[in-house]
Design a protein. Structure first.
Length: 365
C-alpha cells in the first residue's frame, strides 16, 4: 500500500509524525506498506526550525509543492494544480490529510477527483461559525473523506449528525498524545530556564498565534493588563514564547504596564524544549488548541483565549478553561491558577498514545 501524507504547516508535521513512525516500523517488519511525505509549502519555510524533524524522529518531506502566498483562494488553486501533477506521477493508494487548512482542503479535493481513497485525521472538529474560513474547509474535507479519524466522542457525534456513515467514522483518540508518550523520556530541561533562573512549576507559559487577536492591539492590551492584575502579588513570571509581530506587539504593551518585569519574552523554542517548558509549568495561557490538548494530557491548568474549542473534552474532562477574550474572566481564572485553586481533571478516553497504531490497522483492512 502506497500512502501519501500531506501537510501544510508546522503543526501538521507534529500530528502526522506518529503515523510516519508507525508506517516505518511496519515496513521494517516486512509489511507491504510505504509512504511519501508531501509539504505544500517551500523547503526554506522559516516557521519550521531545523531541529523539528530530529525532535519528531522523522525524515524531511519527500516532496515540496512550493506554494507560499497570503491569499487563501490563490493558495488553494496553486496547491490543487501542483498536487494533481504529483499524484499523476506518483502511484498512490491512500492520501492522508490532517486538520483544516486551505491547503488541506485543496489536497482533499484533488484526491477525490483522482479517485483515490482519502483519510482525514482530526475529523469532526467544528466551531459552528460558518463565517470562519477553516469551518468551510472542515465541512468540505469531512464531506469528501472516505475515512474519518476523530479524537473524541463529541467529534464522532458531529460527523454522524452531518450524515457520515457509521462505518467510515473511527474514534482513534488524539494523535498529539502519541508524540507526548513517545518523547516523554527524551525531554530535558532547556537552557532558557537556567538562563532565566526559573524552577519547575514556578512560572506561567503564554502563547499567542491568532492573527485576529494579534492585530487588535487595543483589545490585546486589555488582555495583557488583565494578566498583570491576575498575577496580583505573585513573584511568578510569565514566559511568553512568541515570534515575529506577536513578540513585538506584546513587548510594547508589557513595557507600558505597571509591572513590566512580570513577562519574559523568549525566542520560539524547539519542539522538545517547548514540550518540557509546558509540561513543567504552573499553568498555561494560550489561544492554541494543540497547546490546550497537551496541557490536558500533562494535567497542567490551562486558560484558552477563545470562546470555543474543537476538542470539548479538554474542558469537560481536562484542565482547560475557556475565557473567550474577556479581560475580567482572564484575570479571575489566572488568580485561581496562581493560587492553586484549579478544577479536578482527568484524561479523555483513548488519549493513550496508541492513535497511530489504530489508524494504521484501519487503513490496512
Amino acid at each position: 500500500m502506497n500512502i501519501c501524507i500531506v501537510v501544510g504547516a508546522r503543526p501538521n508535521f507534529i500530528k502526522v509524525a506518529p503515523i510516519i513512525r508507525a508506517i516505518a516500523k511496519a515496513h521494517e517488519e516486512g509489511r507491504d506498506i510505504s509512504y511519501k511525505l508531501v509539504f505544500t509549502g517551500k523547503e526554506d519555510d522559516k516557521t519550521i526550525e531545523d531541529s523539528l524533524f530530529d525532535d519528531l524522529q522523522i525524515n524531511r518531506p519527500d516532496f515540496y509543492l512550493g506554494v507560499d502566498c497570503d491569499n487563501l483562494n490563490e493558495l488553494t488553486g496553486l496547491v490543487m494544480s501542483k498536487f494533481e501533477l504529483y499524484l499523476q506521477h506518483n502511484p498512490t493508494d491512500t492520501v492522508i490529510v490532517v486538520d483544516d487548512l486551505a491547503s488541506t482542503m485543496a489536497a482533499a479535493i484533488v484526491t477525490k477527483k483522482q479517485g483515490i481513497r482519502l483519510a482525514h485525521i482530526a475529523a469532526g472538529t467544528r466551531s459552528f461559525d460558518i463565517t470562519m474560513p477553516k469551518e468551510i474547509n472542515r465541512l468540505v474535507i469531512d464531506g469528501l473523506s472516505d475515512i474519518l479519524f476523530t479524537a473524541g466522542i463529541s467529534n464522532n457525534n458531529i460527523a454522524n449528525k452531518e450524515g457520515a456513515e457509521l462505518s467510515k467514522v473511527y474514534m482513534v483518540g488524539n494523535i498529539l498524545i502519541d508524540n507526548l508518550r513517545y518523547n516523554h523520556s527524551r525531554l530535558k530541561r532547556p537552557a532558557v530556564l537556567d538562563k532565566l533562573g526559573l524552577e519547575e512549576q514556578k512560572y506561567i507559559v503564554f502563547t499567542l498565534n491568532r492573527k485576529a487577536l494579534i492585530g487588535d492591539e487595543a483589545h490585546l492590551e486589555k488582555l495583557i493588563k488583565a494578566m498583570v492584575r491576575g498575577m496580583k502579588d505573585s513573584t511568578m513570571p510569565i514566559i511568553a514564547s512568541l515570534r515575529g509581530k506577536a513578540a513585538k506587539v506584546v513587548a510594547d504593551i508589557v513595557a507600558s504596564t505597571s509591572f513590566p518585569s512580570i513577562m519574559k519574552i523568549i525566542e520560539p523554542q524547539s519542539y522538545l524544549d517547548f514540550g518540557y517548558i509546558t509540561a513543567n509549568a504552573c499553568g498555561i495561557i494560550t489561544d492554541s488548541g494543540n497547546v490546550a490538548e497537551e496541557a490536558t494530557f500533562n494535567q497542567i491548568p490551562c486558560i484558552t483565549l477563545n470562546s470555543y474549542t474543537e476538542h470539548i473534552e479538554t474542558v469537560k474532562v481536562g484542565t482547560n478553561v475557556l475565557v473567550g477574550e474577556d479581560p475580567d474572566s482572564l484575570s479571575k481564572a489566572l488568580e485561581d491558577m496562581v493560587d492553586g485553586n484549579w478544577k479536578k481533571a482527568g484524561i479523555p478516553d483513548r488519549w493513550d498514545g496508541r492513535s497511530a497504531e489504530r489508524i494504521l490497522q484501519i487503513l490496512s483492512c
